[in-house]
Design a protein around this ligand. Structure first.
Ligand code: FE2
Ligand code: FE2
Length: 264
C-alpha cells in the first residue's frame, strides 16, 4: 500500500466538492467554524502534528474494521469492511507521509491541542465503540455518521488551507474515499435492517452527541485546570516565597556548630 504522490493526478473539482449538500445547518456551522479552522491549519507546526494524529486515528479505524470483518456473519459486509479497512490503512500512510514531510521542516513545539483537537477532529472511526458488543446495524449506523462527518470536515479543511497545495490535495483525495464509505455504510444499513434503520441512525446520533459532549467537557476541563493552576502560581506562591526570603535573611552566614544551633 504505497503512498501516492500528492501532485500527480489531482482530484477533479467535482470530487473535492462531493460532500456539498449536507444540509443548511451543516453549511452554517462550517461558515461559523471557518475562521477557527483557518487559524488551526495556518500554523505549519500544528498542521504537521494534526496530520500525524489523523494517521494514528485512521490506522486504528482500519484495525477496528478488520475486527468487525472477523465478527460479522454477513459475507457481503465482511468483504466491504475489509475493503474499507484497506482504504483507512492507505489514508493512514498518506497522512503520515505528509505529516512527516511537514514535520521534518520544522522544530518541535507548539502545543495546545485539546481545544484544537475538539474543533478540528478529522475522522473518528468508530470512536471508542467496542466492536464485539455492537450489532451489524448499530455499527453501520455509527460508521455512516462518522464517515459523513469525516467527509464534511475534510472538505472544510481543504477549503481553508490556502498556502499548502500538497496538504489541500491530500484532503481532497481522501474525502472522495470518505464519501464512498458514507454511501456504502448507509446502503448496507438499509439492506440488513430495512425497518429499523432510521431508528438505529437516530440512536447512533444521540450516542455521538454524548461522546462529543464528553470530549468538549474534557477539553474545557483542561483549559479551566490551566487557569486555576496559573492563578494558584501567582496568588499563593508569592507569600511563601516572601516568608522563605525573610527566614533566609535571619540565618547567620558561615559554619555553626551543632551545639550552638541547639542552644538557639
Ligand atoms: Fe479515512
Ligand atoms: Fe473512512
Amino acid at each position: 500500500m504505497g503512498v501516492q504522490s500528492l501532485h500527480d493526478n489531482p482530484p477533479r473539482k467535482s470530487a473535492a466538492t462531493a460532500t456539498k449538500g449536507t444540509g443548511p445547518f451543516a453549511d452554517l456551522v462550517g461558515i461559523v467554524l471557518r475562521p477557527l479552522h483557518r487559524l488551526i491549519w495556518a500554523n505549519p507546526e500544528r498542521r504537521a502534528r494534526k496530520l500525524l494524529q489523523f494517521a494514528e486515528v485512521e490506522a486504528a479505524g482500519g484495525r477496528d474494521l478488520v475486527r468487525a470483518a472477523e465478527l460479522t456473519a454477513d459475507p457481503v459486509l465482511r468483504d466491504r469492511y475489509l475493503r474499507h479497512a484497506r482504504d483507512e490503512a492507505r489514508h493512514a500512510d498518506m497522512f503520515q507521509a505528509q505529516g512527516r514531510k511537514l514535520h521534518g521542516k520544522l522544530h518541535e513545539g507548539d502545543a495546545n491541542g485539546a481545544l484544537g483537537e475538539w474543533i478540528a477532529p478529522g475522522e473518528r472511526g468508530i470512536d471508542g465503540l467496542d466492536v464485539a458488543r455492537e450489532s451489524d446495524a448499530t455499527l453501520l449506523a455509527f460508521l455512516h455518521l462518522s464517515e459523513s462527518a469525516a467527509a464534511r470536515d475534510f472538505a472544510r479543511y481543504a477549503h481553508v488551507i490556502d498556502d499548502d497545495a500538497a496538504t489541500r490535495t491530500l484532503f481532497q483525495r481522501i474525502l472522495r474515499d470518505e464519501d464512498q464509505h458514507k454511501k456504502y455504510t448507509r446502503d448496507e444499513l438499509f439492506r440488513i435492517a430495512p425497518r429499523r434503520s432510521r431508528r438505529v441512525l437516530w440512536w447512533a446520533r444521540l450516542r455521538r452527541l454524548w461522546k462529543a459532549y464528553l470530549r468538549f467537557a474534557t477539553a474545557f476541563a483542561g483549559v479551566i485546570a490551566g487557569v486555576v493552576l496559573t492563578l494558584q502560581y501567582f496568588l499563593l506562591l508569592p507569600p511563601f516565597a516572601w516568608l522563605a526570603k525573610r527566614a533566609a535573611r535571619r540565618e547567620r552566614t558561615g559554619w555553626i556548630s551543632v551545639d550552638e544551633r541547639a542552644r538557639r
